[in-house]
Design a protein around this ligand. Structure first.
Ligand code: TXA
Ligand code: MG
Length: 380
C-alpha cells in the first residue's frame, strides 16, 4: 500500500478531499473520518467487502459489531413521515419489530439528540449484513455532528459503518495524527477534521429493552430528563454492567464492554484517592514514571510530594488546564476532550515505562464515562 495521506478539510480543500474519499469508498475500501466523538474508520455499510476490510484493518474480532452512521442529508432525502420510517426506507431498521412504546422512545431520542454522541440499537432489516451487527438482531445507528462526517455520508449517498479508527483494544484516536500512528500504511486516506470536540465515544443505548450499553459523550441523566418530560413519567435507564461483571458473564451484550479496552501499551495503574493528597501508592515505583493527573492546578504539589517519597516522575500530564475549575461541568468536558490524547502522549513517550493515573474526581454523567474508560485502560 502507498503511504497514508492526510487530507485537509479546510473550505478550499474540502470538495477535492471528499471526492477522493468517496472514490475510495466506492471501491469497497475504507477511509478515516473525523466525528465529534473520536475518529472513525468508515466503509460502505451494506458492502460486505468494505466491512471485511474494516475488521481486517483494525484487527478486530468479528464478534464486536459496528456502528452505522447516517447524516441529516441522507435522512432528509429518505421517504417517510418520521425518523423511524426514514430509517426503514434506508433499509436499516425493521420498524415492524418495534413496539409502539419503543418507537416513541426512539423518536424522542432522535429528535433531541441527533446529530450528536448518541448511538441507538434498533431492530435491523435483513439488508444490514450480519457482519455489521456480529449476528445480533439489533443494528447500532448514529448521526454524527461533525460537518465532515456528515458531508462524506452525503456525498457517498449511503450509510457508513465506522468503528473508532484504532487497532482493536487500543486508545481511540482524537486527531488525524493519532489515526496515522494507529493505522498508517493500512489505509489510504485520513480526512483531517481537527481535534475531536467531545473526545469520548458515543453513549450506546439499546431501545428495547431500554438500557445503557456504553456510557459515553452524552450524559445519561440528560437522556432520562428528556424522556421523562416527553413521556410524562419518570424514566430511569438501566445501567450497563460493570466491566468485570460483563467479562465474567461472557454474555457480551455490547462487546465494547470488554473489561480491557481503550488500552495504552504500557501498564496504567489507577491511583486510589486524589494525587495531590498522596494516595496509597503502588508498592514499587517504576524507573520511568509517567503521571496523569486530573488538574494542572495539582501538578506542582504532586511533583513535590511524590519526590519527598523518593518517587521521581519523568513526565506529568493533566486533563484539565489550570484556567478551568476541575470539578465543574466545563472541567469534566475539557477532561473528556483531552483524556485519550494525554494517555497517548504518556504511552508514546520514551521517558515513560509505566503510567500512574489519577481517577476523574467526578463520577456522574460524562465523569462516569471517563472513569469507565480509565478503568478499562487500567485492566490487564
Ligand atoms: O462515537 C462513536 O461511537 C465512535 C464514532 C466513530 O462514531 N464509534 C465507536 O465505534 O466508538 P466502536 O466500534 O469503537 O464501538 C462500537 C460499540 C461496540 O463495541 C459495541 O459495544 C456497540 O458499539 N455496538 C455496536 N453495534 C451493536 C449492536 N448491534 N448491538 C449492541 N451493541 C453494539
Ligand atoms: Mg472502539
Amino acid at each position: 500500500m502507498n503511504r497514508t495521506r492526510i487530507a485537509s478539510t479546510s473550505p478550499e480543500n474540502l470538495p477535492a478531499s471528499l471526492k477522493d474519499a468517496q472514490a475510495i469508498l466506492s471501491r469497497g475500501e475504507v477511509v478515516a473520518m473525523p466525528t465529534e466523538t473520536v475518529y472513525g474508520l468508515a466503509g460502505a455499510a451494506f458492502d460486505e467487502m468494505a466491512l471485511t476490510r474494516i475488521f481486517g484493518v483494525k484487527a478486530r474480532p468479528t464478534f464486536d459489531p459496528l456502528i452505522i452512521h447516517v447524516s441529516p442529508g441522507l435522512m432528509e432525502r429518505a421517504k417517510g413521515a418520521d425518523a423511524i420510517d426514514k430509517l426503514r426506507s434506508l433499509r436499516l431498521v425493521d420498524a415492524e419489530k418495534l413496539s409502539p412504546e419503543s418507537r416513541k422512545i426512539a423518536l424522542v431520542l432522535i429528535k433531541n439528540f441527533w446529530p450528536g454522541p448518541l448511538t441507538l440499537i434498533l431492530p435491523k432489516t435483513p439488508f444490514v449484513p450480519d457482519l455489521a451487527t456480529s449476528g445480533l438482531p439489533g443494528v447500532a445507528l448514529r448521526m454524527p455532528l461533525h460537518p465532515v462526517a456528515q458531508a462524506l455520508i452525503d456525498i457517498s449517498n449511503q450509510p457508513l459503518a465506522a468503528p473508532s479508527a484504532n487497532r482493536f483494544g487500543r486508545i481511540s484516536p482524537t486527531t488525524a495524527k493519532h489515526v496515522l500512528n494507529e493505522l498508517g500504511d493500512r489505509i489510504e486516506l485520513i480526512l483531517d477534521g481537527g481535534p475531536c470536540d467531545v473526545g469520548l465515544e458515543s453513549t450506546v443505548i439499546s431501545v428495547e429493552p431500554l438500557r445503557v450499553l456504553r456510557p459515553g459523550g452524552l450524559d445519561v441523566r440528560e437522556i432520562e430528563k428528556v424522556l421523562s418530560a416527553s413521556l410524562g413519567r419518570t424514566i430511569s435507564i438501566e445501567k450497563a454492567t460493570s466491566p468485570v461483571e460483563a467479562l465474567s458473564k461472557k454474555a457480551q451484550l455490547s462487546p465494547g464492554m470488554l473489561a480491557s479496552h481503550y488500552s495504552p501499551r504500557k501498564p496504567l495503574i489507577l491511583l486510589t484517592g486524589a494525587a495531590a493528597t498522596l494516595p496509597k501508592l503502588p508498592e514499587s515505583a517504576p524507573p520511568l514514571m509517567g503521571l496523569l493527573i486530573w488538574s494542572e492546578r495539582d501538578a506542582a504539589i504532586c511533583l513535590e510530594r511524590f519526590s519527598k517519597l523518593g518517587v521521581t516522575i519523568s513526565l506529568v500530564r493533566w486533563m484539565v488546564s489550570a484556567a478551568t475549575d476541575p470539578v465543574s461541568e466545563a472541567g469534566v468536558r475539557e477532561g473528556a476532550r483531552n483524556l485519550f490524547a494525554r494517555m497517548r502522549e504518556l504511552d508514546d513517550s520514551g521517558d515513560v515505562s509505566e503510567i500512574w493515573a489519577e481517577h476523574c474526581p467526578v463520577n456522574e454523567g460524562l465523569g462516569h464515562a471517563i472513569r469507565d474508560r480509565m478503568t478499562r485502560a487500567a485492566h490487564r
